[in-house]
Design a protein around this ligand. Structure first.
Ligand code: PMP
Length: 356
């Protein structure tokens, strides 16, 4: 039964973000950019030492242990860090806190599709300058008046990383707007823009534990910025939900950050598999962007993207596909283990396109 019109007129309706599938049966899961390896061993130790009796008590609203571990890791002050329930939570609060202009917020036409949803949810005007033919962000499109800027680096789902000169150029041309760089995948790519925070008071960098730290299920994300902007973010958070991070997330997150060797080893393995995958896919006639992320954005000149996506799924290999006009021939394939990738290559070597 539909909601009556009289009620509907006061309801906030929105077209929601559609997350990638989380099949409950066992499949080769290359569809939501999770890390195929477990988190750092210290995470299990922390979990094992949790006492459920402590669950009676609320967690630390300031997320102290986690904030401290992150501040030490990045060499910034604790009041420069804000943590949330995945970077989705952090980014959503950033939209609410920082994008309040009548002028449009700018983000690319092909990018993380949640940006559009938050803009619509919070009724923020936005415009989406198109990526160029090679799926690169056109920096001059961001040299104009706006109510804020956000882009992922590397961009998603294109996987293309832009160097810090690009980020700095955008910052220089937008001194009076907040610029958010969503670095969900930066650990697989290159230098973070965090180093620019002292120089640009309008910069916010967000990152996540979901990819490079193998903790998507624990839901931890964070923003790094000036103490002044972090305070604004905290004010909105405390007006919304004081206790966002569970006790388990706080201690497990801190343990993951402290184990730098494990982190680096994990990333090295993913990058090696990614580079092998590029060679293999190239040999099979696929074309792709130069990925700096833990996923590949690929198309085959002779295969229909939707059909290949469906066939893969039928074979128990889940990848991501969008029906969006510009990218419907493309598949986004998460870098899994070598064994998982080999299963994918085996399928693709035998693949022959048929109409049905
Ligand atoms: N930004 C980008 C570009 C992403 O692809 C994702 C993952 N879906 C996120 C942010 C959010 O990740 P999480 O909420 O797991 O930190």
């Amino acid at each position: 039964m539909a909601v009556r019109e009289e009620l509907l007129k006061n309801i906030r309706t929105v077209e929601p973000y559609v997350p990638g599938e989380q099949p409950q049966e066992k499949v080769i899961k290359l569809n939501t950019n999770e890390n195929p390896y477990p988190p750092a061993p210290g995470v299990k130790k922390e979990l094992d030492s949790l006492d459920p009796a402590d669950f009676r008590l609320y967690p630390d609203p300031a997320s102290g242990v986690l904030v401290k571990a992150l501040a030490e890791n990045y060499g910034v002050r604790e009041d420069q860090i804000f943590v949330g329930v995945g970077s989705d939570d952090v980014l959503s609060l950033c939209f609410l806190t920082f994008f309040n202009s009548e002028k449009p917020v700018l983000f690319p036409d092909i990018t993380y599709s949640f940006y559009k949803v938050w803009a619509q949810l919070y009724r923020i005007p936005y415009e989406c300058p198109p990526l160029d033919r090679d799926f690169r962000i056109v920096r001059t499109d961001y040299y104009r008046e706006n109510g804020g800027i956000i882009f992922p680096n590397p961009n998603a789902p294109t996987a293309i990383y832009e160097g810090l000169d690009f980020v700095e150029d955008i910052l220089r041309h937008n001194r009076d707007s907040i610029v958010i760089v969503d670095e969900a995948y930066v650990d697989f790519a290159g230098e973070s823009a965090m180093g620019l925070i002292g120089k640009y008071d309008n910069l916010i960098v967000t990152q996540t534990f979901s990819k490079s730290r193998s903790m998507a299920g624990m839901r931890i994300g964070y923003a790094v910025s000036s103490p002044d902007l972090i305070r604004c973010l905290n004010d909105v958070k405390y007006s919304f939900n004081s206790y966002t991070m569970s006790r388990a997330a706080l201690v497990c997150g801190a343990a993951a950050v402290r184990d730098r060797d494990y982190f680096e080893e994990n990333i090295k393995k993913i990058k090696e598999t990614r580079e092998r995958a590029k060679r293999e896919l190239s040999g099979l006639g696929f074309e792709f962007t130069d990925s700096g992320a833990n996923f590949l954005f690929v198309r085959h000149p002779e295969y229909d993207g939707t059909r290949l996506f469906t066939r893969l799924k039928e074979a128990g290999i889940y990848v991501r596909h969008w029906e969006d006009e510009r990218i419907r021939q493309y598949l986004r394939i998460t870098v899994g283990t070598d064994e998982e990738m080999e299963k994918l290559f085996e399928f693709l070597r035998d693949y022959e396109e048929t109409e049905t």
